[in-house]
Design a protein around this ligand. Structure first.
Ligand SMILES: [Zn+2]
Length: 113
């Protein structure tokens, strides 16, 4: 149910932003959910339909972008692809990479009326 509470939080951001723009209907919501964010995208889609019922975003299309994971190594300074948090640098296998991409979890854009 992590995705449900996450989606409720995102809906607040979405509705606040839509009201700030003076709009009354949201046509499309674009989320950015990195592959390392630990979120089940299918569960999030399901949660979206559930929490947006009766809201400004009711019936809106949901688009989800899923950036690939990447990380930076403090030892060699290289950026490498990361498939899981705490992946090690392929050149310096003693150091976990610092995640620089793929952990996104945000409302990226709205298309509103
Ligand atoms: Zn390294």
């Amino acid at each position: 149910m992590h995705e449900l509470s996450l989606m409720e939080g995102m809906l607040e951001i979405i509705e606040d932003s839509a009201r700030a723009q003076g709009c009354h209907r949201i046509r499309t919501v674009i989320l950015e959910i990195g592959k390392l964010a630990g979120v089940e995208v299918e569960a999030l889609r399901f949660a979206f339909d559930a929490v947006t019922a009766g809201s400004l975003a009711a019936g809106a299309a949901l688009e989800i972008e899923e950036p690939e994971g990447q990380g930076w190594c403090a030892a060699c300074g290289k950026v490498s692809p990361v498939t899981a948090r705490y992946d090690m640098c392929p050149r310096c296998p003693t150091l976990p990479l610092q995640i620089t991409g793929g952990a996104e979890l945000r409302v990226k854009a709205l298309d509103v009326d």
